[in-house]
Design a binder for this molecule. Sequence first.
Ligand code: COA
Length: 331
Amino acid sequence: MGKKNRRRIKITGTGFYVPDKVLTNFDLEKIVDTTDEWIVARTGIKERRIASEDKAVSDLAIEASWITLKNAGLKVEDIDLIIMATSTPDTIFPSTACWVQKGLGADHIPAFDISAGCTGFLYGMILAEGLILSGINKRILLIGGELLTKVTNWKDRNTCVLFGDAAGAVILEESDDGSGMLSYYWKADGNLGNLLFQPAGGSRIPATAQSVAQDLHCLQMKGNEVFKHAVKRMGEAALVALKKAGLTREEVDYLIPHQANIRIIEATGRRLNLPPEKVYSNIHKYGNVSVATIPIALHELNEAGKFKKDTIIVMDAFGAGFTWAAVVYQW
Ligand code: COA
């Protein structure tokens, strides 16, 4: 358990925002050759939220930030850094964090993006720990936001049924009571990058009429390959992080796995020997919202009063890169 003499960071506010518009599996049956039955059985997803055409991911992130600041009882002036994790930025430059900063009117502080696929939120927590404990920052707004439906290929049934739009956020600052982040583990393997990627739009394949005609600006994924790596790596990451925290699987109260597929979620729970009630899942409501899945789950559990003093939480993610990470946290 967290020792009082070790410096840690803790979460002092949570919140999230999802667009109102719901896209159900039945709606998708009219777009591609699929069925509600297949999607539920193979992924656990029943519906997802979809942002309107005029929105960019910063719009979702700004909403999530206002809600999170309010939940924390803070004003914009109280934060000293914005970190935005996203794979679907408003623009490649400026960073989405700068658009968020503009929207919040937070021009007194720095702001930048991190790109680590669906693992970006946990990478952000690890980065925030370094910044806060080294004295560079005092109170960080960390946002995970994604507008994946704008890079979705709506002709590809293998991928278009999986993703949704959302943003979640937390406030991070130094802990004063021994609670907070106990340990972490993070890794990447760029050799497997092309199993899940957006081929065009960067400097490798800039936009051309041909790149657009070939749908290269849309997400591409070898789903079953990604699936196998995700199950293996998420299990490993959680076990290594628990070991680093000096905790056993039996001491875990909640596993918050990245929400990519109910079968990955359940397999990770089994790897930790956890009963289903300790393995959080909300994938049926939102689909895979990438970097927003963990902050949304944190908020839902927090708001439902599930976190008591000393509750042990394992957050665990896997995503494009490949990247993967786990964080062990004591509430
Ligand atoms: N509706 C109906 N059938 C579909 C379908 C859909 N939406 N999508 C794929 N299929 C079909 C395939 O065409 C294939 O048919 P075939 O056998 O005739 O070729 C069959 O279903 C099985 O496809 P497969 O890809 O092997 O299914 P799967 O059980 O691996 O499930 C995913 C596919 C994408 C749901 C699953 O692999 C997955 O969730 N992968 C990881 C996703 C992920 O984690 N992404 C982000 C990482 S953070």
